[in-house]
Design a protein around this ligand. Structure first.
Ligand code: CA
Length: 225
C-alpha cells in the first residue's frame, strides 16, 4: 500500500520512511509542497502523512488545493502545532486526523490503519490485488493462493505485493530493495534472494504452476498468464 509522506524535516522523514517500510507500506517522500504537488498528480496513494510547516507553502493550503483537484486519499496531519485552534482548523480544512509532534510510532501506525480502514469499503478494488490464483487483501494484510491462506511475514507480504503490482514485468534486485526495503543502494548481502526463497516456499505448490520465475542475472518476474 503506497503512502505519500510530505515532510521537510530530514530526520523525521527518514525515520518515517524506515518505520513505515518496515510495516509493509511503500513510501514516496516529498520534502516540500511543490514536490508533493507533482507526486500527487500521478501517484495512487492510499493515504497521506502531512507536516504543516513546509518551506514553500503551508501544509493546509497544499491539501486544500489537492482536494479541490479531486485528490481523495485520507490525510493524517503531523504537526508541532498543538493548540486546539490549529487542530480544529487542520481537521476542517481537509485533514482526516491530527497527530501532535512529538508522536509515538505505535500511535501513528494505529491512526494510519484507522484512516485506511475508514476510507475503504469491502468492495473497494484497490484493497484487493489479484494475479491469477493469488489474492492479496491489502487492508487485512492477508494473502492466499488458490483459496488457501499463506502465512507471510510483513516483509514477505510487502515483497509479494510489489511483485503483484508489477506482475508480468521483470523486477530487478535493486528495484525490490528500493521499493520493499527503502534502500537506495544495493548492499553486499543476499537479502532479496533469501526473502524470495522463503516467499517461494510458501507461494509455490507442487500441484500448481510456478508463479515466481528467476530471470538469471536480472531479477524476478511474477507470472500473470
Ligand atoms: Ca516542517
Amino acid at each position: 500500500m503506497k503512502l505519500l509522506v510530505i515532510e521537510d524535516d530530514l530526520a523525521n522523514s527518514k525515520f518515517l520512511e524506515r518505520a513505515l517500510t518496515e510495516n509493509g507500506y511503500t513510501i514516496d517522500l516529498a520534502h516540500n509542497a511543490a514536490m508533493a504537488d507533482r507526486l500527487a498528480l500521478d501517484g495512487d496513494y492510499a493515504a497521506v502523512i502531512l507536516d504543516l510547516g513546509l518551506p514553500d507553502e503551508d501544509g493546509l493550503t497544499l491539501i486544500t488545493r489537492l482536494k479541490a483537484r479531486g485528490f481523495s486519499a485520507p490525510v493524517l496531519i503531523l504537526s508541532a502545532r498543538r493548540a486546539l485552534d490549529d487542530r480544529v482548523r487542520g481537521l476542517e480544512q481537509g485533514g482526516d486526523d491530527y497527530l501532535v509532534k512529538p508522536y509515538a510510532l505505535p500511535e501513528l501506525l494505529a491512526r494510519l490503519r484507522n484512516l485506511l480502514r475508514r476510507n475503504s469499503t469491502p468492495t473497494d478494488q484497490s484493497t484487493v490485488l489479484r494475479v491469477l490464483d493469488l489474492e492479496l487483501n491489502l487492508l487485512r494484510r492477508e494473502a492466499s493462493r488458490a483459496g488457501e491462506t499463506l502465512q507471510l511475514t510483513t516483509q514477505e507480504f510487502a515483497l509479494l505485493e510489489f511483485l503483484c503490482r508489477n506482475s508480468g514485468r521483470v523486477v530487478t534486485r535493486s528495484m525490490i530493495l528500493q521499493q520493499v526495503w527503502g534502500m537506495r543502494i544495493q548492499p553486499d548481502t543476499n537479502v532479496v534472494d533469501v526473502h524470495i526463497y522463503r516467499l517461494r516456499s510458501k507461494v509455490e505448490r507442487p500441484d500448481l504452476p510456478t508463479m515466481i520465475r528467476t530471470i538469471r542475472g536480472v531479477g524476478y518476474v511474477l507470472r500473470d498468464k
